[in-house]
Design a protein around this ligand. Structure first.
Ligand code: GLY
Length: 428
C-alpha cells in the first residue's frame, strides 16, 4: 500500500532519511517539517517547526498522512509520539516514557545499575556543594554530565579538579543548560574507543545495525570542544562477531527488557553510545533516536526498504522483516561553519555540491543549508554543521579517499572539517 510520510526535523539525519524513504516503491508523498535545503530536493518542505505538535498533527490529519517519522531528541522528550497516538495518528518513534532513557541521564544510569548493564560507577546530585565534595573525594579524571538534553554539549571530561569545579558551576549554578542541569551525573572516566550502536525495536523484538564510530570533538586527534559529531565511519572493521554478541546480550537486550519491565516498551531506534575497553562494552549514554551523522552512513549502507522497517516498528511486526545491508563501508565527513560549535556566521553561498556528487560513491547530505530564492536561487549556509559528504567503497580507505576528494570540491566561506575522520578505525 502506498503511504504518504511526514518526516519531522531539519538536519543531515533527516536529509538522509528522506533520501532513503524516496527509494521506497511504496512511498507516496513525502513532506519534511521544516526540512532544509537538501530535503527540498527529495520532498516538499513544510514550514512547521519540530516542536509545534498541534500544527504537525493538524497537517497529518488534513493531508491524511499514513506515517509520521520523528528521530529528533527534543520533540521525543516532550512527547510528540504520545501526542500523535492520542489523536489516533500513526507515528514512528519512542513515547516520552521510553525516551526518558535519553532525556534523563540519571534515569538511564539507575536503570543500568538495576539491570546490571555495564556502565561507569556514578552518583547523581541536585545539590552543588554535595557534587563538589564528591569530585574532591573521587579525584580526576572524572566526567560531569548535565542529566537533561543539552545538544550533545552537556558532558565535560575533566582531567583536573579545577575543570570539574568549572563544569559544576556552569551546569548547576550558571544554568548554561537551563533545567537540563538541575540534576548532574558524575561518573568515573573510562578509557577506550567510543562507538555508536543502533538497534531498531518494535517493543517485542529488535534488529541490530552495524557498529559505527563518530568523531565528536571539533579538533583533530579528538581534541577541543564537543560537537554534534564531525564525521563517522561504518562498519568498524575491528568489531568482530563476539563483540557484537556481547553488545547485544549485555547492553541492547537487557536495556529493552528493563524498559519493558518499567512499562515503557521501546518502539523506534535505540542508540547506546558505548566505550569499548579491553573488548568489553560499557554504556556512556543512551539516545532515543538515530545519531547524526551516524544515520547518514546507515542510510548509505542499508539495502532494505526503510519504510517497511518503520511501519514494522509501529505495527509490532519487526520479526517478519530482514535487515539487509550492502557490503563495503560508508563514511561521512561533516563540513561545518567556521567557529562552530561556538558562534559562527550564516548566509554564505555554497558551491561545488554537484561536482562532488560526480565522484564515484559520493552523496552530499544537507544539514544547515537553505535555498535562497531571491533572483537566481542558490544554496547558502544556515547552521553550524552545514553538509555531510558521504561516500561508500569496497574498503574503508577507498570510501575515505572518495569522500575527501569530494570535500575538496565543495566551497563556502569559513568551511571547516576534520582531516582525520576514520584514521583511528584504519589503524586498528
Ligand atoms: N552523533 C552523536 C549524536 O547524534 O548524538
Amino acid at each position: 500500500m502506498v503511504v504518504d510520510v511526514l518526516l519531522v526535523g531539519s538536519g543531515g539525519r533527516e536529509h538522509s532519511l528522506a533520501w532513503k524513504l524516496k527509494q521506497s516503491p511504496r512511498l507516496g508523498k513525502l513532506y519534511i517539517a521544516p526540512g532544509n535545503g537538501g530535503t527540498r530536493l527529495v520532498g516538499e518542505n513544510v514550514p512547521i517547526e519540530a516542536m509545534e505538535f498541534e500544527k504537525l498533527a493538524q497537517f497529518a490529519e488534513e493531508r491524511k498522512i499514513g506515517l509520521t517519522v520523528c528521530s529528533v531528541d527534543n520533540p521525543l522528550a516532550d512527547g510528540i509520539v504520545d501526542f500523535f497516538q492520542f489523536r489516533g495518528l500513526r507515528i514512528w518513534g519512542p513515547t516520552k516514557a521510553a525516551a526518558q532513557i535519553e532525556w534523563s541521564k540519571a534515569f538511564a544510569k539507575q536503570l543500568m545499575r538495576d539491570a546490571s548493564i555495564p556502565t561507569a560507577d556514578f552518583a547523581v546530585f541536585t545539590n552543588h556543594d554535595e557534587a563538589l565534595r564528591y569530585v574532591h573525594e573521587k579525584g580526576v579524571p572524572i566526567v560531569v554530565k548535565a542529566s537533561g538534553l543539552a545538544l550533545g554539549k552537556g558532558v565535560a571530561i575533566c582531567r583536573t579538579v579545577r575543570e570539574a569545579e568549572v563544569a559544576l558551576k556552569e551546569i548547576m549554578l550558571d544554568r548554561v543548560f537551563k533545567d537540563s542541569g538541575t540534576e548532574v551525573v558524575i561518573e568515573k572516566y573510562i578509557e577506550g574507543q567510543e562507538v555508536s550502536v543502533h538497534a531498531l525495536s518494535d517493543g517485542k523484538t529488535y534488529a541490530m545495525f552495524p557498529v559505527s564510530q563518530d568523531h565528536k570533538t571539533i579538533g583533530e586527534g579528538d581534541t577541543g570542544k564537543n560537537t554534534g559529531g564531525m564525521g563517522v565511519v561504518a562498519p568498524l572493521p575491528w568489531v568482530d562477531a563476539d563483540m557484537m554478541r556481547d553488545i547485544e546480550e549485555r547492553v541492547v537486550r537487557p536495556t529493552l527488557d528493563a524498559l519493558s519491565a518499567h512499562g515503557s516498551k521501546y518502539s523506534g531506534v535505540l542508540y547506546p553510545g558505548l566505550m569499548m575497553s579491553g573488548g568489553m562494552p560499557r554504556v556512556l549514554e543512551y539516545n532515543a533516536r538515530f545519531g547524526d551523522p551516524e544515520c547518514q552512513v546507515y542510510m548509505r549502507l542499508l539495502k532494505s526498504d526503510i519504510l517497511d522497517l518503520f511501519e514494522a516498528c509501529v505495527d509490532g511486526t519487526l520479526d517478519k522483516q530482514k535487515l539487509e545491508w550492502n557490503s563495503g563501508f560508508a563514511v561521512n565527513i561533516v563540513l561545518a561553519s567556521g567557529g562552530y560549535p561556538d558562534e559562527y556566521k550564516k548566509g554564505f553561498p555554497i558551491s561545488g555540491v554537484e561536482e562532488a556528487e560526480k565522484i564515484s560513491g559520493v552523496v552530499v547530505f544537507h544539514a544547515g543549508t537553505q535555498i535562497m530564492d531571491v533572483g537566481h536561487p542558490y544554496i547558502a549556509t544556515s547552521g553550524g554543521r552545514v553538509l555531510g559528504v558521504s561516500a561508500v567503497g569496497d574498503t574503508l580507505k577507498e570510501a575515505l579517499d572518495q569522500a575527501y576528494e569530494a570535500v575538496d570540491k565543495v566551497h563556502f566561506e569559513g568551511k571547516y572539517y576534520r582531516r582525520d575522520i576514520g584514521t583511528k578505525a584504519l589503524s586498528q
